[in-house]
Design a protein around this ligand. Structure first.
Ligand code: GAL
Length: 941
């Protein structure tokens, strides 16, 4: 009994008997395969069964025997299919009963299941599952064995599947249980498999994940890249290999080096080598020149594995009096803090949308980003390298315990230390222990963890208190980050003159995009004039002034670049997103955008004015006008009349009180006495039509690329109306809408679907191509009383990312019983006689039965209860290799027959119906003939 339970529960582990050769397996080279399509998803928890009885208990304690929804043969046939990235909180309604901090979105538990097919050629390769992010806690099972526990929604998981994998027709079952009841932040964190998931197949001897460290350093004798390559092997003896590195950029190859290494069995070896470059082009935010290091592992001249690592040449240092220096030049950090979410998609932000957000920040004149308060997506780091942003990389949980450090801090530094964009490691944000001896001890340890892996960037932390206690975390930091506390800058600099200082977070000012009326605490409206800030913060202008005026403050990070879901401040329900952003949730600019441009952009004229000029009923009354510019002088004209000219004040911006009169309000900007810029707002007529403006005119037809489209209402002259609020209905062909937004922090409209109202004249639709898309993607918009419109985006043919082969819900039928051979055709419903434990024999599908001694009939049968969808709709019995002539019955009804003896697959329709079935193969045999079920037998939808 005990043994039987064990065997049955382990049924998915169908390992063919062939011996496994690891060393020198035929397959070399690396394959990276997306695992993003067709996950079976269950919203909510599925409790584990209450295990009773000794046999069951004994069996459930064994590898491969996970129970409940973690079991390989769990019935998931009715689960809906989802594609990744998938944030299941983003589809939840915004409801008051949910947590305000998380944007009033219900969180909770969920299960994801996937069937993976590895090919026989994959045998002997290293098979790794990479989950880039799962919010929040995750448990992962593979073929019924628990293979990973993860405790943060922000780190990646790299899970070795090799020991448990099966090959060929026996599919592998991957199960992820996500616990998004758990939270790590006080902002919207999303839920589920919200980043990419992939399978990476490498040779048995290979470079481990994030196993190359190649960050250039400038030594007195010139630039060198000290490189460390970690190679592992699954082979059964030490592997001699050559590790080769090549420095390349868009222009070609620049230098090469190689070294020999011995990789001991099932262990890792670190190969060290160096590459020199006499005159590299330097990386900086203004000129982000990128190189790459291509690393290969070779054996006998054959490339076993190859990987590419980003690389940029630059120096950096902090000076306690003069701030930050990049490549020997002072560079004031003009930074923003961001969270990772965006309108419509929650935290499942595709790379093209990350790119869009960063391009918006580039336009702003921002040169640095604080990844507050957690690791970001790989695509984000790559884009920061490419577009030129310095990144303050941040660890989420303040905890030096080995488990946390391994999964989070070490992982973060190992993953990101090659990125030229990373210039600081932050170990925490605002931790209550910051002023204590305990906090100091924790930081001291965490700093050493970082320094073991990278000594080229300083370790910092974002402190909002405890600055003057006798022993506080700043005593263990390389750079002190101030969160707010701007009135302490001078005192801390005086008390700690050798400690470099920086504002890790400041501002926290409030602005509702497009709103310029009076502050209205009842309706949760805060004007966009930069007059309102949190008690602990300051307006954009004041916060930057405090930083800009002090050379010893290396720069700052505005809270925040974009509004984000959750943490609505200063109001709560129905407000559900923050209004701290320089831009709103969609990336539409607020007045803060122009303020920072005026302060941060140095290489082109900036001139902008606020508010809009539609104030019917306010004729003759003064309207406050703000002009933002980086020029010398600005002037204002109303309907052609000059209202005045002022010297530009880049700290406060320039202001006028203008008695309202419909028409054109124009700002003029002079540089060195020359008129170089004009900007204007106009009184526009009533909206008559809709307009769609795509961020790009084409997108790749790969099912991954996305484009945000701006929706506006225009008047008869084609001018956008600043106050339009129509509900807009969308229709899409050749693609799909993945989310919608309008930047209104008080709106509880869903962000999924096909309709969204304009807020202060604007909304955003995010469209995605479908895989294999060609021709055009067409988006149409309609609204009551307005002329509809549509745009077409060209779909450029592009291969979808290569996907790991997967399968549908499959029930494997493994453990069969065989009746003693009969002389005449037996009843297919034949059962072993009661109490007879001996005359029938059990066997496992996957081989042939012993040769028949005489002509006759052999009945092989199994009991099974089809999955619910098959019980409802019917399904298929698939026997992938049947040898011999036979008839196949289900509950005594003939499903089909095989008339040839040679082995062949059988695929037979299984009718719907409730309850348990008995599937029987009745073979007709000749003396000496071998028949049987040589391959997998399964029932599938
Ligand atoms: C800071 C905190 C941020 C955010 C901000 C809002 O104290 O670090 O995460 O909460 O306040 O002003």
């Amino acid at each position: 009994m005990k043994r039987r339970t064990l065997l049955q529960a382990g049924a998915a582990g169908l390992t063919p008997a062939a011996s496994i050769t690891l060393a020198g397996a035929a397959h070399t080279g690396r394959e990276v395969l997306a695992l993003t399509q067709g996950w079976r998803f269950h919203d909510g928890d599925i409790p584990f069964p209450k295990i009773l009885g000794h046999g069951w208990t004994y069996g459930s304690a064994k590898a491969g025997n996970a129970q409940g929804a973690a079991a390989p043969d769990y019935d998931d046939s009715d689960w809906p299919l989802v594609n990744l990235p998938h944030d299941f909180a983003a589809s939840q309604p915004i409801e008051q009963a949910a947590n305000v901090a998380q944007g009033y979105r219900r969180r909770g538990m969920a299960w994801y299941r996937q069937s993976i097919r590895f090919e026989p050629e994959d045998r002997g390769r290293h098979l790794e599952l990479q989950i880039d992010g799962a919010a929040t806690h995750a448990t992962v099972w593979f073929n019924g064995t628990l293979v990973h526990h993860n405790f943060s929604g922000y780190n990646e998981m790299a899970i070795d599947l090799t020991p448990y994998a099966t090959f060929g027709d026996a599919l592998n079952t991957l199960v992820v249980r996500v616990d998004a009841v758990a939270m790590e932040g006080w902002w919207y964190e999303g839920a589920g498999l919200y980043r990419e998931v992939r399978i990476v197949k490498r040779a048995a001897t290979h470079i481990v994940t994030d196993g190359v460290f190649a960050h250039p350093v400038k030594r007195p004798e010139g630039w060198v890249i000290p490189i460390e390559v970690t190679v592992a092997t699954l082979a059964d003896k030490t592997q001699p290999v050559t590790v080769e590195c090549e420095l390349q950029d868009a222009r070609g190859s620049h230098a090469k080096a190689s070294v020999r290494a011995q990789v001991p069995l099932l262990r890792q070896a670190v190969a060290k080598l160096q590459i020199k470059h006499d005159k590299p082009e330097l990386w900086s935010p203004a000129s982000p020149h990128l190189y790459r290091v291509v690393t290969r592992v070779l054996q006998g001249g054959q490339v076993l594995d190859e990987t590419t690592t980003p690389c940029g040449f630059r120096t950096q240092h902090f000076d306690a009096d003069r701030g930050f220096f990049l490549n020997g030049q002072p560079l004031k950090i003009q930074g923003v803090c961001i969270h990772q979410d965006h309108a419509g998609v929650g935290v499942a932000v595709p790379p093209a949308l990350i790119d869009f957000r960063l391009r918006r920040l580039k336009e702003l004149g921002c040169n640095a980003i604080r990844a507050s308060h957690n690791a970001q997506d790989r695509a984000f780091m790559d884009a920061c390298d490419r577009l030129g942003f310095l990144v303050m990389a941040e660890n989420r949980l303040f905890n030096p315990s080995p488990q946390y450090v391994k999964q989070q801090l070490k992982w973060l530094v190992r993953r990101d230390r090659n990125h030229p964009c990373v210039f600081m490691w932050s170990v925490f944000n605002e931790e209550p222990m910051q002023g204590t001896e305990g906090g100091y001890e924790m930081v001291r340890r965490m700093r050493e963890v970082v320094r073991d892996l990278d000594t080229s960037r300083p370790v910092t932390a974002a402190m909002n208190d405890g600055l003057f206690t006798p022993l506080n975390v700043s005593h263990a930091l390389d750079v002190l980050g101030f969160n707010y506390q701007q009135d302490q800058y001078d005192a801390v600099h005086k008390a700690r003159p050798k400690l470099p200082l920086m504002s890790s977070e400041d501002t926290s000012a409030f602005m509702l995009r497009g709103y310029y009326g009076p502050r209205d605490d009842k309706r949760h409206l805060i004007p966009s004039y930069d007059d309102d800030a949190a008690d602990w913060g300051a307006t954009h202008r004041k916060a930057w002034k405090a930083i800009a005026e002090r050379p010893f403050i290396a720069g700052g990070f505005v809270w925040t670049g974009f509004d984000y879901h959750g943490e609505p401040t200063p109001y709560e329900w129905p407000s559900n997103s923050s209004v701290f952003g320089i831009m709103d949730l969609c990336g539409f600019e607020k007045t803060a955008f122009h303020i920072h441009q005026a302060q941060w952009v140095h290489d082109r004229p900036v001139l902008a004015l606020a508010p809009h000029w539609n104030w019917p009923g306010r004729e003759g009354q003064p309207v406050k006008v703000m002009v933002c510019s980086n020029l010398d002088e600005v002037g204002l004209e109303l309907n052609g009349r000059l209202l005045g000219r002022q010297s530009v004040d880049r700290w406060t911006m320039n202001h006028w009180q203008v008695p309202y009169e419909a028409g054109t309000l124009r700002a003029l900007g002079w540089k060195a006495g020359r008129l170089v810029a004009k900007a204007q707002v106009e009184t526009v007529g009533p909206p008559t039509a809709l307009r769609l403006v795509a961020d790009r005119s084409s997108l790749r037809g790969d099912g991954v690329d996305v484009v945000p489209v701006r929706v506006e209402a225009i008047d008869a002259q084609g001018r956008a109306h600043p106050l339009a609020s129509s509900m807009v209905q969308f229709r899409i062909e050749g693609g799909e809408i993945i989310g919608l937004g309008n930047g209104d922090s008080n709106s509880t409209e869903p962000e999924k679907g096909d309709r969204r109202s304009l807020f202060h004249g604007l909304a955003q639709v995010i469209v995605r191509s479908t895989a294999g898309g060609t021709g055009e993607l067409k988006l149409s918009a309609a609204a009551e009383g307005l002329q509809g419109t549509s745009i077409s985006l060209a779909l450029t043919p592009a291969a979808a990312p290569r996907q790991q082969a997967t399968g549908t819900s499959v029930q494997l039928l493994q453990w069969w019983q065989r009746a003693p051979q009969q002389a005449t055709a037996p009843d297919p419903q034949l059962q072993p006689p009661p109490q007879d434990m001996n005359s029938w024999q059990g066997f496992q599908a996957g081989g042939l039965l012993p040769a028949a001694t005489a002509p006759g009939y052999v009945l092989c049968a199994i009991n099974h209860t089809p999955y619910s969808r098959i019980r409802r709709e019917g399904g298929w019995v698939e026997a992938l290799s049947v040898t011999g002539r036979c008839e196949v019955y289900s509950n005594g009804t003939l499903l089909g027959r095989k008339t040839e003896a040679a082995s062949a697959p059988l695929r037979l329709r299984l009718p719907p119906g409730e309850g348990q079935r008995r599937l029987a193969f009745v073979f007709q045999v000749e003396a000496g003939e071998k028949v049987g079920l040589g391959g997998v037998v399964r029932v599938r939808v």
